[in-house]
Write a protein that binds this ligand. Structure first.
Ligand code: GTP
Ligand code: MG
Length: 362
C-alpha cells in the first residue's frame, strides 16, 4: 500500500472509516522497530548443544562468519555465554541472541544442576521488571529467554530422573522444547520408539513442554499438513555439525563417517530443518507471546506478591497495633460522646459559679 492510497483512496466512501488499515500500520511499525529473539540451550555436557546452535544460527544466518574447519572443534562450554547476531532479510531486522550454557556432568549426584540456568532466566525477568517499573520504559533491553532447547541423550531408553527434574525446574519459567540429541547414533526405528517413549513419559510425569498452538481452521491445506507433521515429529531428533562435506556433488553441512555422510539439513536424516522452521518461520511469535503473557506474568505476579507481603510485615513491625481505617462513629459511641460533652459543660459551669461566689464573698 502506498502512502497515497493510505490517505486518499478510500476517502469518498461513507461506509469506510479506515481502521482496516490497522494491520498495515502495525506491520510497518514493527518492521521499523525490528524483532528480537532469545534462544537458550541446556542439558548434559557433550550432547552437542554448542554445535547445534552454531549449525542453527551463527554460521547459517550470520553471513560474515566463516564455517569452521574440521579441525576447529567447538570447545566445552564452561560458563553461560551470550552471542548476539543482527540479521536482516528482505528489510526485516532480527536481533538473535543465543544463550549457551555449560552442560552438567554425567555423575549420579547432579543435585540442582539446573540452578545456574534457572537463575539466569530469573535474572533476565528481574532486569526487565526493574526497567519496566522505572523511568526509561522506552528503551528497555529485553533479554528475556523465549525458548530453551533441552537436550536428551540418545543412548537412554527414556528420561532420566535428572532430565525430569531439570525440565520441571524450567517449565514455569521458559518454553521448553525437548530434543533428542546426536540422532545419528540411532536407526529410524529406534528414533521412532524413543520419541513415543518420551511423549509417554513427558505426559506421565506432568512435564509442561512448549505446546504447539492449534492450527487455525482457515489456514491452507499445505500449512495444515506441515503443522500436523511438526506436531507428530516432536520431540525433534537432531544432528549438529559445523563442517561442510561433499555429498552427491554438493557441499553440505554434515558429518563424515567411514561408512557414509550424515546430512544435517536432510529431512530424511533428522529433524534439524523442522526445528529451524518452527523456531524461525512458524512459531517465533507464539514463543515470544507465551514468554511475556505467561512466564513473565507469573514472575511479575510473584514479585508483586512478595513485595506487598514484605511491606505489610514491615508496617506491622513499626506499629504493633493494626492500623484501622477511620470510620464514622456508631449510635452508641455518639451517645457516649454526648454524655461526655454534657459532663464537661456541667463541670465548666460549676467552676464559673464557684469563681463568681469567690468574687462576691472574698
Ligand atoms: N555423533 C554426533 N556428535 C556430535 C553431534 N553434535 C555434536 N557432536 C560432537 O559432540 C562433541 C561435543 O559437542 P559440543 O557441542 O561441545 O557439546 P555441548 O553439549 O556443548 O557440551 P558442553 O559445552 O560440555 O555442555 C563434539 O565432539 C561434537 O563434534 C551430533 O549430532 N552427532
Ligand atoms: Mg557447549
Amino acid at each position: 500500500m502506498t502512502a497515497n492510497s493510505r490517505y486518499k483512496s478510500r476517502a469518498p466512501r461513507s461506509d469506510y472509516v479506515g481502521f482496516a488499515t490497522l494491520p498495515n500500520q502495525v506491520h510497518r511499525k514493527s518492521v521499523k522497530k525490528g524483532f528480537d529473539f532469545t534462544l537458550m540451550v541446556a542439558g548434559e555436557s557433550g550432547l552437542g548443544k554448542s554445535t547445534l546452535v552454531n549449525s542453527l544460527f551463527l554460521t547459517d544466518l550470520h553471513k560474515d562468519r566463516k564455517l569452521l574447519n574440521a579441525e576447529e572443534r567447538i570447545n566445552q562450554t564452561v560458563e553461560i555465554t551470550k552471542h548476539t547476531v543482527d540479521i536482516e532479510e528482505k528489510g526485516v531486522k532480527l536481533k538473535l541472541t543465543i544463550v549457551d550454557t555449560p552442560g552438567f556432568g554425567d555423575a549420579v549426584n547432579n543435585s540442582e544442576c539446573w540452578k545456574p540456568v534457572t537463575d539466569y532466566i530469573d535474572l533476565q525477568f528481574e532486569q526487565y521488571f526493574r526497567d519496566e517499573s522505572g523511568l526509561n520504559r522506552k528503551n528497555i533491553q529485553d533479554n528475556r529467554v523465549h525458548c530453551c532447547l533441552y537436550f536428551i541423550p540418545p543412548f537412554e531408553h527414556g528420561l532420566r530422573p535428572v532430565d525430569i527434574e531439570f525440565m520441571k525446574a524450567l517449565q514455569d519459567k521458559v518454553n521448553v522444547v525437548p530434543l533428542i540429541s546426536k540422532a545419528d547414533c540411532l536407526t529410524p526405528s529406534e528414533i521412532k520408539k524413543l520419541k513415543e517413549r518420551l511423549r509417554e513419559e513427558i505426559d506421565k510425569y506432568g512435564i509442561k513442554i512448549y505446546q504447539f498452538p492449534d492450527c487455525d481452521s482457515d489456514e491452507d491445506e499445505e500449512f495444515k499438513r506441515q503443522d500436523k507433521e511438526l506436531k507428530e515429529s516432536s520431540p525433534f531428533a537432531v544432528i549438529g555439525s559445523n563442517t561442510v562435506v561433499e555429498a552427491r556433488g554438493q557441499r553440505v553441512r554434515g558429518r563424515l563417517y567411514p561408512w557414509g555422510i550424515v546430512e544435517v539439513e536432510n529431512p530424511s536424516h533428522c529433524d534439524f530443518v523442522k526445528l529451524r522452521t518452527m523456531l524461525i518461520r512458524t512459531h517465533m511469535h507464539d514463543l515470544k507471546d507465551i514468554t511475556s503473557d505467561c512466564h513473565y506474568e507469573n514472575y511479575r505476579a510473584q514479585c508483586i506478591q512478595t513485595m506487598t507481603s514484605k511491606m505489610n510485615a514491615d508496617k506491622r513491625v513499626e506499629s504493633p497495633l493494626p492500623i484501622l481505617p477511620l470510620s464514622t462513629p456508631d449510635v452508641e459511641t455518639e451517645k457516649l460522646i454526648k454524655m461526655k460533652d454534657e459532663e464537661v459543660r456541667e463541670e465548666n459551669q460549676q467552676e464559673v459559679l464557684h469563681h463568681r461566689d469567690a468574687d462576691v464573698n472574698p
